[in-house]
Design a protein around this ligand. Structure first.
Ligand SMILES: [Zn+2]
Length: 424
């Protein structure tokens, strides 16, 4: 352990005694299948988070995202309520105000699960298994444990530590974290998101998602007389082959990262995550669509990435004799990349990792998109750090090491204490 004062050492050591509670909370959260899409069991989840927050001694507030906002921002999730839960240790309006955030939705449990059923968590060899163990119900439990340990030192704190659990991070956070910061513009001075970065990495930036859908039109005809039609499937296939040579393969050689000089800040693209089209075996298909998932890096914007793609698509279309007016490009998600500038948050947080865990963390870019962008857009300096291995997120047999979740809680508690501790 690094340089800890006596009281800091007591605080950090008290986390070790909360292992059973951490496991109980994490298992409880994992067992509620908050699968997104479409966003199931959100009400039950928020109630259950509220129960634990109250037990720990936090003041709880629930924000209902209006149906109108859900309908606009998440049209495919209509009739599924969205709720945000906030909990406070100290009065909300006090300053400084430091905030911990996580999302409670999980991706569907695909693949073959061998160690546990996805929503029946088990602990085996020091690891919690289940959908969300790593991303990020285990990390939500880390935050609660840290706040519980901190609550024992409440009288030594100025300011307030708060926590929010939001829905919809897995689909861009528009009706989750984005709505939260719009609803509470003065939410906090700084924020830490507990996504699983791994204990030795602090994510101070993340890539953006430019999600598009391309529709290629053709002309329907009876399959017995295909010469009377234009086959949209064949057109789309030729376009995809061209794009894959002239666009997909060229992208990784570009490095933007003007603001984040990390070697892994590389733009990439995946074509055809979802493919739709045709209708019947004996009809020449008159439409075919495929998705484009382009990951942008700091230094470029969604609009730039979108026009770059459209230019590449048109170049292929011209080459193959496909009329540009037979192509349509629709935006599915315009998630910008984001960067936390250097400042007190980065310095104090990195020191807390070093002192609580005796390991020197490095700052990295997260390859995926995060809710960080919504907090940073609202001028709340935000970084991401959590126990768990990011490679275990979204996969079958997802797990998090109990010791990692406890270690992350030590860092959160120490960091919060240092930011809020009374200066005498
Ligand atoms: Zn996540």
């Amino acid at each position: 352990m690094g340089k800890l004062s006596d009281v800091e050492e007591k605080l950090v050591n008290s986390i070790k005694g909360l292992e059973d509670l951490l496991v109980e909370v994490a298992k409880d959260f994992i067992s509620i299948p908050t699968v997104n899409p479409p966003g199931s069991n959100y009400v039950e989840m928020v109630n259950q988070i509220g129960v634990w927050c109250s037990r720990i001694g936090l003041e709880v507030e629930v924000i209902d995202v209006p149906d109108k906002v859900v309908a606009e921002r998440s049209p495919e999730s209509q009739n599924q309520p969205r709720k945000i839960i906030l909990a406070y240790l100290g009065a909300e309006e006090k300053r400084p105000h430091i905030h911990f955030n996580g999302h409670y939705d999980v991706v569907p449990a695909t693949g073959t699960w061998k160690t546990s059923e996805p929503f029946k968590p088990v602990v085996k060899d020091g690891k919690i298994y289940g959908r969300g163990a790593s991303d990020m119900k285990g990390p939500l439990a880390s935050i609660l444990i840290a706040l519980k340990a901190l609550a024992e030192h409440k009288n030594e704190l100025d300011g307030v530590a708060s926590f929010s659990a939001v829905p919809d991070e897995e689909i861009g956070g528009e009706a989750g974290a984005k709505y939260l910061v719009e609803n509470k513009p003065m939410l906090a001075d700084i924020c830490v998101i507990a996504e699983p970065s791994g204990l030795d990495s602090i994510w101070d930036s993340h890539k953006g998602q430019a999600w598009l859908e391309v529709t290629v039109k053709g002309k329907a005809a009876h399959a017995s007389t295909p010469w009377l039609g234009v086959n949209a499937f064949e057109r789309a296939s030729r376009l995809v082959v061209c794009l894959s040579e002239e666009y997909v393969k060229q992208l990784p050689s570009k490095r933007f990262a003007k603001l984040v000089p990390y070697p892994d800040a590389i733009p990439v693209v995946t074509l055809g995550g979802v493919v739709k089209g045709g209708g019947k075996i004996n009809i020449v298909p008159d439409n075919m669509s495929f998705t484009v998932d382009r990951r942008t890096v700091p230094g470029e914007t969604f609009e730039e990435a979108k026009s770059e793609f459209i230019n590449a698509l048109y170049a292929c279309a011209d080459k193959l004799g496909v009329d540009r007016s037979d192509l349509e490009v629709k935006t599915i998600l315009a998630g910008e990349p984001c960067v936390l500038q250097n400042g007190k948050l980065k310095t104090v947080f990195a020191e807390a990792v070093e002192d609580a865990l005796a390991l020197k963390p490095s700052f990295k870019i997260c390859q995926g998109g995060l809710d960080m962008r919504h907090f940073i857009s609202a001028n709340i300096p935000t970084l991401t750090y959590g126990g768990g291995d990011p490679s275990k997120a979204h996969v079958a047999d997802e797990y998090a090491k109990v010791s990692d979740l406890l270690d992350a809680a030590k860092v959160y508690a120490l960091f919060a204490y240092r930011m809020l501790g009374k200066r005498s």
